[in-house]
Design a binder for this molecule. Structure first.
Ligand code: NAP
Ligand code: ZN
Length: 349
């Protein structure tokens, strides 16, 4: 079937309206009428060729929510009419240790929602800036929020799970002091989730103008990271830092804030490396520097259910599909409060 989408033909070209094909619904497939799709900074990195290996045409989008319109003969988890979500993955080998552990994001055969290998035309996956998508049922999540919250649920599928997974893995909760660095799409969800998990939350931003927002999002304290005095006050005080910054920067400034045995988890994925941190900053307090990628399907469902139960959604700005190029420019300036979401109804033109 042919559907309308938005994507780019080259890294230096703007996104434009495209017609793309979705495969016929297979026995284990779910066909979804996309209502909204969030705009992640990864979309921008990928479509502009900032990460190696972008295939064109590139249709980004991996924060997908919508309604099931058809299911294959063997689908048991979802039915027509269900509200569902799709995040950053649409398939994996489904047989390795990572898949069996529900950590499909680490499977060597993981297929990304866009730019992944597929037998479908044009030979790589095309993402959620589109009217519809067809996905294996295992990679389709149940949405239990009220339907009128659907647009603000979309960013949970990447920004939510990418901060939830390290917060859970490194045991953010009562008695823990957790830093969230970079208050963009991921960071604003990191604040909300760390707070809801019961941690003491310290937000770090380069933007003084985000101070009040960060407090309203749930931070107990806000530090403007350009202020050396304010940074020094946090020295050796944090158990965990989730660093979402999308550009290379001085990691030592944040490693210095960890307590003994504290961990800084990098989730931001800049296209060029950070300057290497000082080894002594790790050795002296047995600190750890780690990375984390999105989250597995079971933990994504756990996060969505937690958010539904606790009334948590993203703070969003809704855009039309034809506003996407301008939205990318604003995202680069850190000028999003705090996630753009495309209204898929505007793809029709
Ligand atoms: P975003 O909305 O653009 O937020 C990034 C924030 O980082 C900005 O709002 C800004 O916050 C801060 N920042 C500080 N200096 C910056 C600079 N020079 N350039 C850009 N940002 C700067 O991006 P996002 O969607 O949250 O994504 C953040 C990063 O995570 C991206 O690299 C993305 O590709 C990556 N990502 C990784 C995963 C994963 O699985 N690990 C998943 C999704 C996204 P302040 O104004 O508060 O300083
Ligand atoms: Zn993303």
């Amino acid at each position: 079937m042919t559907v309308k989408a938005y994507g780019a033909h080259a890294g230096d070209q703007p996104l434009v309206s495209l017609d793309i094909t979705r495969r016929d619904v297979g026995a284990h497939d779910v066909q979804i009428d996309i209502a909204y799709c969030g705009v992640c900074h990864s979309d921008l990195h990928q479509v502009r060729g900032e990460w190696a290996g972008t295939l064109y045409p590139c249709v980004p989008g991996h924060e997908i929510v919508g309604r099931v319109v058809a299911v294959g003969a063997h689908v048991s988890r979802h039915k027509v009419g269900d509200l569902v979500g799709v995040g950053c993955m649409v398939d994996s080998c489904q047989g390795c240790a990572d898949c069996e552990d529900g950590l499909e994001q680490y499977c060597d055969g993981m297929v990304g929602t866009y730019n992944g290998p597929t037998a479908d035309a044009p030979g790589h996956t095309l993402g959620g800036y589109a009217q519809q998508i067809v996905v294996h049922e295992r990679f389709v999540l149940r949405v239990r929020h009220a339907e009128d919250q659907l647009a603000a649920v979309a960013p949970l599928l990447c920004a939510g799970i990418t901060t939830w997974s390290p917060l859970r893995h490194w045991n953010a909760g009562p008695g823990k002091r957790v830093g969230i660095v970079g208050i963009g799409g991921l960071g604003h969800m990191g604040i909300k989730l760390a707070r809801a998990l019961g941690a003491h939350v310290v937000a770090f931003t380069t933007s003084e103008s985000k101070r009040q927002d960060a407090l309203a999002l749930g931070a107990h304290e806000v530090v403007v990271s350009r202020d050396p005095g304010a940074m020094a006050e946090q020295a050796k005080s944090l158990d965990l830092i989730v660093n979402t910054v999308a550009a290379p920067h001085d990691l030592d400034a944040f490693l210095n804030l960890l307590k003994r045995d504290g961990t800084m988890v990098l989730v931001g994925a800049p296209s060029t490396p950070h300057p290497s941190p000082q080894v002594f900053n790790l050795i002296m307090k047995r600190r750890a520097l780690a990375g984390s990628m999105i989250g597995g399907i079971p933990e994504t469902q756990e996060m969505l259910d937690f958010c539904a139960e606790h009334g948590i959604v993203a703070d969003i700005e809704m855009i039309r599909a034809d506003e996407i190029n301008a939205a990318y420019e604003r995202m680069l300036k850190g000028d999003v409060k705090y996630r753009f979401v495309i209204d898929s109804a505007t793809l029709a033109g």
